[in-house]
Ligand binder design. Structure first.
Ligand SMILES: NC(=O)c1ccc[n+]([C@@H]2O[C@H](COP(=O)([O-])OP(=O)(O)OC[C@H]3O[C@@H](n4cnc5c(N)ncnc54)[C@H](OP(=O)(O)O)[C@@H]3O)[C@@H](O)[C@H]2O)c1
Length: 404
């Protein structure tokens, strides 16, 4: 098959023929129809952690070619999506930017007929990142059951008093137009609906995004422009003295310190998307609340090693991810993020998509300007590539089974 593979020496990636990975007992083999790009995919091509030849990429959507034996839930020809770790760690495991992938069967979710493969590819990594931060790490009530006892309860300890009053809460999302932020708003709303609690949802984005963010499915109660001076003060005013929960979906430079200053008190909770150890953000003054960081890879339930960081294998995080994907499979209550279909398939990911993403931080993105329509800066949109359409798929059994 064709796959986009790492060229570590030259800090790039190229498409070559590789062997289809061998399927483990509980793995599903998927023909990939679309992939979505995430900042980490480009980050670890431009700053490689591992050896040349590894398959790059995280998010995929496609059709089941071979379900695990004895698995009654997955069938050949079903539309599924998920994410892999790819070349984003020291551990050698194949990624998603390939014609075929293997993935543990309980970590794929069923794509509804109403959703395109490109839309589905935009969901898995970013929606799980948001769900982990909001429910698993900050402890807001999830709208789906997951095992809260045992290991996971340290993240969700009901004995620890939150700053909200039980009947209502305020939630601030910094970077509301990021891919993670768009799912975060929807998940916070689903939680409020599920528990019947009143919510004040406040977001920070550039003002051009306000009309989109004021509408369903995000329905922000208040929005502020992160380029305005004194925006933290506005958030405190809008929330009547500070928010109960804050999620910084950027976590770069001074954002963590500024977002932290919007919290109501020391019992408020805050989550971030980039680690302090990675050096993406700095805080000059002490933070009143320790922000919780976690890598989405935790959801895979396997150890992931970075250069200076080890994400331990966490059965609880894995159970949470499985429960989350089961929820979106069974009652799909999230709207997929807007997508931009990039031309050229696998061959153009490095030349176009990774150029737009830059080397990992939002600041890096500002330098590159090209004139092709698909090379407009990324804003409230997910870059996706089509790898196959159903008409040219090689799965001979699809037609009788596939109903989409
Ligand atoms: N911890 C994890 O496991 C994990 C998982 C996924 C992502 N991440 C990280 O989360 C971050 C967001 O990723 P993403 O894929 O969601 O991003 P994305 O969709 O590419 O974000 C693009 C958006 O960022 C906004 N933005 C840029 N600079 C900003 C700033 N200084 N303040 C506020 N908003 C700003 C822009 O907003 P406007 O258009 O409104 O200006 C743009 O719409 C990345 O750093 C990524 O590496 C971490």
């Amino acid at each position: 098959m064709k796959a986009l593979t790492l060229d570590a020496e030259n800090k790039t990636a190229f498409v070559q023929d590789v062997t289809i990975p061998e399927r483990g007992q509980n793995d599903v083999l998927v023909q990939v129809c679309a992939v979505a790009l995430n900042p980490v995919d480009a980050l670890y091509v431009f700053n490689p952690l591992g050896s040349t030849g590894r398959t790059v990429g995280s998010d995929f959507a496609g059709v089941v070619v071979a379900p695990p034996d004895q698995n009654e839930e997955l069938k050949r020809g079903q539309r599924v999506a998920g994410f892999l770790q790819g070349a984003c760690s020291v551990n050698i495991r194949p990624g998603a930017f390939a014609e075929y992938i293997i993935c543990p069967a309980d970590l794929v979710w069923l794509v509804p007929d109403s959703m395109t493969f490109e839309e589905a590819a935009s969901v898995s990594l970013c929606a799980l990142t948001a769900a982990q931060a909001i429910f698993y790490r900050m402890g807001l009530q999830a709208p789906f059951p997951w095992e809260e006892a045992g290991e996971g309860s340290k993240h969700n300890d009901s004995k620890v008093q939150n700053s909200d009053d039980g009947n209502s809460f305020s939630f601030f999302i910094y970077g509301a137009s990021t891919s993670v932020g768009l799912y975060a708003a929807q998940l916070v709303r689903r939680s409020a609906e599920f528990t019947g609690r009143a919510i004040t949802l406040i977001g920070a984005a550039s003002s051009g995004r306000f009309p989109m963010l004021q509408n369903q499915p995000y329905a922000y109660d208040a929005l502020i422009d992160y380029r305005d001076e004194n925006w933290p003060e506005r958030v405190r005013e809008l929330s009547g003295g500070g928010v109960d929960y804050a999620f910084d979906c950027i976590s770069e430079g001074s954002t963590v310190q500024l977002v932290s200053s919007t919290l109501r008190n020391s019992r408020s909770r805050m989550a971030i998307v980039r680690s302090h150890e990675g050096g993406a953000w700095t805080a000059e003054k002490g933070l009143p609340v320790e922000p919780v960081y976690g890598a989405v890879w935790e959801g895979l339930g396997i150890e992931i090693q970075y250069q200076n960081l080890v994400v331990s294998a966490s059965p609880a995080a894995r159970r949470f991810a499985v429960a989350f994907y089961r929820w979106i499979s069974e009652e799909y209550k999230l709207q997929a993020n807007p997508t931009r279909l990039m031309p050229g398939g696998l061959d153009r990911i490095v030349a176009d998509g990774f150029v737009l993403l830059g080397a990992g931080s939002m600041q890096d993105r500002l330098s590159e300007r090209r004139t092709e329509p698909w090379m407009a800066p990324i804003g409230a949109v997910k870059l996706v590539y089509r790898l196959c359409s159903l008409s040219d798929t090689a799965i001979d059994a699809i037609a009788p089974i596939y109903s989409g």
